[in-house]
Design a protein around this ligand. Sequence first.
Ligand code: PLP
Length: 266
Amino acid sequence: MSTPPSRDAPATLLLIAGLDPSGGAGLFADARVAWEFGLRSAGAATVLTEQDSRGLRRGEPADAEFLGDQLRAVLADTEVAAVKVGALGSEAIAREVSAALELTAAPVVWDPVAQATSGAGALYAGDPAAALAGLAPHLSLVTPNLREAEALAGVSLPAEAEIAAIERAAETLAGRAGAALVTGGHASADTARDILASGGAIRHFDGVRIEGGTDVHGTGCALATAIAGGLARGAALEDAIGGAKAFVAARIRSPVRAGRGRPSVV
Ligand code: PLP
């Protein structure tokens, strides 16, 4: 990691995500993560936001048709090694993204974020199930947190949900998206457990719960982008997830303090 992308034969990670002008999440942060995985990035903004390190105040979805044209132009011109899809803004954008992904067979990781951890503005205002239905044929993995998994699977997953309930939700989502990593489960007071359902099997990824970790901006974005980065470099899904979790955990331990509010992962 951290070797700059090759200049002769650069591998490109396509980023389809929101724009956080403060740089802690969304496209700017994703591009930094990509670089750390030796990948250059290309991509387009789905939703423009007004936010700072204290929170998200407003989200304005991009023009859907224009976004579709932007993605088709890039995909017709550049072979991409993997795709990270983040916030989708609107159902019209979700449809355009699904249509544009017809142009690539590269692995696609979707972080189905609809709401920021902090602040009131929306990153996706449509029906989560509609976005999932359109993207599903293209996905290698969807990475919801508990709240997002509830919305996508149509189940109730309270913060202290039983592991078995999270496993069932992950299996439901894997049935649609191929594989699902539900993040943010609690195995115990000091163990954070992410649950992967893939190929009819369940796997747990346990990590040490980091003091103040949930207060770091951009963790969901960074995790999905790092997984896509691993896949772009040829890793198998479980290895890409393991590598991404180690990367994000290390960054949460020493986050970037650029603004006056929450620190960010990169
Ligand atoms: N803003 C944008 C544009 C994002 O894409 C995301 C995460 O996906 C966020 C904000 C959310 O950041 P946080 O980690 O603070 O929930």
